[in-house]
Design a protein around this ligand. Structure first.
Ligand code: PEP
Length: 256
């Protein structure tokens, strides 16, 4: 699976053009599920462009209530109505710049599940935390906090993204071994919280400076089920190349 996080980028015209280019070039894609997450303002336009294709639509955030006096917010019900199937939650940029903590993210996760959206819960350590040997401790706390109170049925409807903060937008990606090690530990915690079957069923994506040159070795790791792609998803050709290289038995997915 490859999920594009466009972040706060794109006018309506640009968003339509990018989504159209991705749709056109992925026409014959096989074996890779693709989801585009544009900014809120472009969701409806991108939904129109993607209608009738196998490319999914996702959002980058949501509120925890279905409606109400929450100026400036967007509810999971609104996203579901637009055709979103997934919502990114707990992205490190929201944790860092908007002060989101695990308790808040947990409320959003429950709301997303209740409205039929798949939460893509992001976890990841900073460079300093890794240097101090705290990586596993940090991601475990974020995972347990984000999933608190979720039943086995709720957990199986979630996806995770391991996104080391030091790798996001820096051009420095985690090595496949570093990724696999953290993904394995997350799966172990899922096993404990739900069951071994649920842990195997929940997809865990890697995110952080994914590019056409590094995606295949990362996804060769059995623990890594896909990629969450930020910067490199803003150029259609680069993104398509990432999707193509993510295909099982590299090279068999997108044929232009
Ligand atoms: C992200 O923000 O989710 C991300 C992975 O960004 P980038 O690919 O630009 O590192």
């Amino acid at each position: 699976m490859v999920v594009a996080n466009w972040k706060m980028n794109g006018t309506l015209v640009e968003a339509r053009a990018l989504a159209s280019a991705v749709r056109e070039k992925l026409r014959r894609a096989r074996g890779v599920e693709v989801v585009l997450c544009p900014p809120f303002t472009a969701l409806a336009a991108v939904a129109e462009v993607l209608a009738g294709s196998s490319i999914g639509l996702g959002a980058q955030n949501c509120h925890w209530e279905a409606s109400g006096a929450y100026t400036g917010e967007v509810s999971p019900a609104m996203l579901a109505e637009l055709g979103c199937r997934l919502v990114i939650l707990g992205h490190s940029e929201r944790r860092q710049h908007l002060g989101e903590g695990d308790a808040l993210i947990n409320r959003k996760l429950h709301a997303a599940v209740a409205h039929g959206l798949t939460p893509l819960l992001c976890v990841g350590e900073t460079a300093e935390e890794r240097r101090q040997g705290l990586t596993f401790h940090v991601v475990e706390g974020q995972l347990r906090g984000g999933l608190a109170g979720a039943s086995r049925d709720g957990i199986v409807r979630c996806m995770l993204a391991y996104e080391p903060v030091w790798a996001i937008g820096t051009g420095v990606n985690a090595t496949p071994a570093q990724g696999a090690e953290v993904h394995g530990s997350l799966r172990g915690i899922l096993s404990e919280l739900a069951s071994k079957e649920v842990a195997q069923a929940v997809r865990i994506l890697y995110g952080g400076s994914v590019k056409p040159e590094n995606v295949a070795p990362l996804l060769e790791e059995p623990e890594i089920d896909g990629a969450l792609v930020g910067g490199a998803s803003l150029q259609a050709d680069t993104f398509i190349e990432i999707v193509r290289k993510s295909a099982p038995r590299a090279g068999s997915a997108a044929k232009e």
